[in-house]
Design a protein around this ligand. Structure first.
Ligand code: ADP
Length: 186
């Protein structure tokens, strides 16, 4: 089943001489349960794409649909506002993330990989239709990168979590179901 569809999405920053066409008529769809990598050189439009998929930014033209309702499914910060987490769900997430024994720890007492897992947990608590991850391993060493990637693979394979992830790392991209390559916003 298709869970995410974007059609003819265009985004331009600036005007006239200084105009940057960050996205130029981008169209694709993602199936429920798919793990998709977005790759491309710096400045090619990856982050702009993810911001638009997440509803954080608006396209100049084109459409984004997540199971019909963008907000309910992936506007995580809004959903988190004023909603009480379900304790059972919280315990389940801590267990999936392997952080049961770390739940009282301060961020400074956690490794980079553990901190990154907490941010994944923040996303999971809302049962998101899609996790959008912008370079989730960008500032991590090899060991922590593997931990995060293994976690994403487990979420995807075991819990059928749909994920769209930006990465520069072709080895990580190769582990995904599909790779979307973006160059000059296309
Ligand atoms: P990537 O994530 O692939 O590195 P981005 O989506 O961040 O690329 O950027 C795509 C292009 O849009 C780049 O040329 C960038 O400089 C430009 N851009 C991104 N955000 C803005 C902005 N807020 N104002 C002006 N130009 C921007």
């Amino acid at each position: 089943m298709e869970i995410l569809r974007i059609e003819n999405v265009t985004k331009t920053y600036g005007e006239k001489d200084t105009a940057v066409h960050a996205l130029d008529r981008v169209s694709f769809s993602v199936e429920e349960g798919e793990f998709v990598a977005v790759t491309g050189p710096s400045g090619s439009g990856k982050s702009t794409l993810l911001h638009i998929l997440g509803g954080v930014d608006k396209p100049d033209s084109g459409t984004v649909q997540v199971k019909g309702t963008v907000e309910e499914n992936i506007l995580l910060p809004l959903l988190l506002d004023g909603k009480k987490p379900n304790p059972k769900r919280l315990a389940q997430i801590l267990s999936i993330l392997g952080l049961e024994d770390r739940k009282e720890h301060l961020p400074s007492q956690l490794s980079g990989g553990q901190q990154q897992r907490v941010s994944v947990g923040r996303a999971l608590i809302t049962h998101p239709a899609v996790i959008l991850a912008d370079e989730p391993t960008g500032n991590l060493d090899q060991k922590n990168t593997k931990e995060i990637m293994d976690l994403f693979c487990k979420l995807n394979r075991t819990y059928k979590q749909t994920i769209v992830m930006i990465t520069h790392d072709m080895k990580l991209a190769a582990q995904c179901d599909r790779v979307l390559a973006i160059v000059d916003g296309r």
